[in-house]
Ligand binder design. Sequence first.
Ligand SMILES: O=C[C@H](O)COP(=O)(O)O
Length: 249
Amino acid sequence: MRKHIVAGNWKMNNDLAQSVALISDLKKQNQTSDAEVMIAPTFTNLWHANENLKDSTIEVIAQNMHFAKNGAYTGEVSAEMLKSLGITTVILGHSERRAYFNETDDMLAKKVDAALEHNMRVIFCFGEELADRQANNHEAVVANQIKNALFHLEASAFEHIVLAYEPVWAIGTGETASPEQAQDMHQFIRQTLNDKYGENVANDMSILYGGSVKPANAKEIFSKPDVDGGLIGGAALKAEDFYAIVNAF
Ligand SMILES: O=C[C@H](O)COP(=O)(O)O
């Protein structure tokens, strides 16, 4: 079902002590919005974060996982391992995974399948690079990313998927897509889902925007009708900023 979601992606930030401190600050914040709140710490912080936030309204989620159950994949973590910690949502396809770790659409399709087989929820990320937008190719790029990784799925699978549109040129750059650019793309994404799966899947899909969302711009971006929330990087590292965004609905 479509809902407001604000997820904080900590990326490769916060050692154990910093993570404990940030979680303690997060617990002191007051939520006034109806948004579902999630944080994605590093793998090393998942266990303690989840233990500490068990009785809270914050869900602890993972930043990535491998598609295999187990085996000789040094440095990787499987769905079963995440589930054994009580983690049931995973971010897949983040542009940093695609750019720095060569994650392809095919690989992401396998990861999505593995997560769904383990009854996990997926926050599936995609977005165009600056050159794609300058060439007016952004819609085609985004449509292909979605089709290649997700369009082999049955309609019912989309109940367990959240989409996150993150224009690569806006991630960590301080440059955000304008609320109108975000709305246009989110509407296009919903139409793309509608064309393939019909209006129930399209209307029920939560589509998040990510890319330099801050307390100062969150309200305007979230006011757009097809923007259902945000995937927050830098501003998720300060509890007050993160909750200013959570409460921007
Ligand atoms: O996962 C989060 C996004 O990459 C956005 O990061 P940012 O808010 O630092 O631009």
